[in-house]
Design a protein around this ligand. Structure first.
Ligand SMILES: [Zn+2]
Length: 368
């Protein structure tokens, strides 16, 4: 409690940022139950007294609150960091690229997770006197498109998104619907899984700024796309996770195992001055991290195959995955990791390691 208070007091009002703590707690009471002792009181007090929300990061793909660490990290949040002559990124839970494309004109790569993120981006642009021309979304997950609506309303900028990602961005209810596999319950229709809609144009080569090229990175989502921009900087979106995230959360979200592996092999052989993954540190060398992600995926696939020595239904397999990796089950995690495990099952079946069968009206998976 004392530690938490001390941290809270050490931060300026601007640094105490983002999401309303009550909203998070209401989303998932069981998450609040896992907060360290005293954290909830301190947070409530902070909201009451300072009219501020306490920063609690929920990694959209992980769904777990890690308050102490992220309170500390929030002091560095939304800093504008230069990586090349005309290329910057904003340090935040899903990094936002800021690239000068003309005289005082910039384009963004993604827009952060909500209106608050959009406001912080706008503040940087205003301070520099930069005009926002367009947002290029790498993919349609809410933490990458959440600032679109605010920034588009404020500046009239264009928003571009690749392939199917455009449809998901224009109709955000598709995201929780995809994860859930039907009309989603309200527990899954919140801003971490469903952004606000905005007007989106299809991404094509002729709508790119001079010197930009697209880097297709399918797998984590259907048509995820990275960008190589002047200064030889490559924005890698969510095709890989940091070592800390792999260690802590183990199962990274994906829609297609085969395409994820192909993308990671491709990334391993890429050269650039700087790589900027959304959820890992910027680095000039990316191959070792790409390999660590491949190794983790193959490990997960191996474990799922082992579980299916006896025929199991999906919920039993998911339970075993959570137990094996010591993950915390929540509605969001059931949807996110559940969707990912389903994708592993499809891939294992297509590659001849598992097969499906129906027995007593249960769909079961077993080793082939
Ligand atoms: Zn993503």
């Amino acid at each position: 409690m004392e530690d938490v208070k001390r941290l809270g007091e050490a931060l300026s009002p601007e640094e105490l940022v983002t999401d309303n703590f009550y909203e998070i707690c209401q989303l998932s009471a069981d998450k609040a139950a896992h907060l360290p002792k005293g954290m909830l009181d301190a947070a409530e007090e902070s909201v009451k007294i300072r009219q501020q929300s306490v920063y609690c990061a929920i990694d959209r793909r992980c769904g777990i609150i890690s308050p102490e660490k992220d309170l500390i990290r929030s002091t560095e949040m939304y800093e504008l960091i230069q990586v090349a002559d005309r290329c910057f990124y904003i340090q935040c839970p899903a990094k936002i690229g800021v690239v000068l494309t003309g005289d005082g004109e910039v384009c963004l790569i993604d827009s952060g997770n909500d209106k608050d993120a959009g406001k912080k981006v706008k503040k940087h642009l205003d301070a520099k006197g930069w005009k926002l021309k367009a947002i290029y979304n790498t993919h349609s997950h809410a933490d990458h498109i959440g600032g679109n609506k605010y920034l588009q309303a404020q500046t009239g900028c264009n928003v571009f998104a690749p392939g199917i990602e455009r449809d998901f961005t224009e109709h955000p209810v598709l995201e929780p619907s995809y994860l859930y596999g039907g009309n989603p319950p309200k527990e899954l229709k919140h801003k971490f899984l469903m952004a606000q809609e905005c007007e989106v144009k299809p991404l094509s080569a002729d709508c790119l700024p001079d010197g930009w090229s697209v880097v297709p990175l399918p797998g984590h989502s259907f048509d995820m796309t990275g960008f190589r921009v002047p200064g030889d900087v490559v924005f890698l979106a969510d095709c890989l996770s940091s070592r800390e995230t792999l260690e802590k959360y183990q199962v990274s979200f994906l829609t297609d195992v085969e395409r994820s592996l192909e993308t990671l092999e491709k990334v391993k052989s890429m050269q650039a001055e700087m790589f900027i993954p959304s959820h890992a540190d910027a680095a000039s060398e990316i191959a070792p991290l790409a390999q660590a992600n491949i190794d983790k995926m193959l490990e997960i696939a191996g474990k799922i195959t082992d579980f299916c020595r006896e025929p199991l239904c999906f919920e039993q397999i998911l339970k075993k995955v959570f137990e094996e990796y010591n993950l915390l089950m929540t509605f969001e995690q059931h949807a996110l990791i559940g969707s990912t495990v389903r994708s592993y099952l499809s891939w294992l079946s297509e590659t001849g390691r598992l097969r499906m069968k129906i027995e007593e009206n249960l769909l079961l998976w077993e080793r082939a």
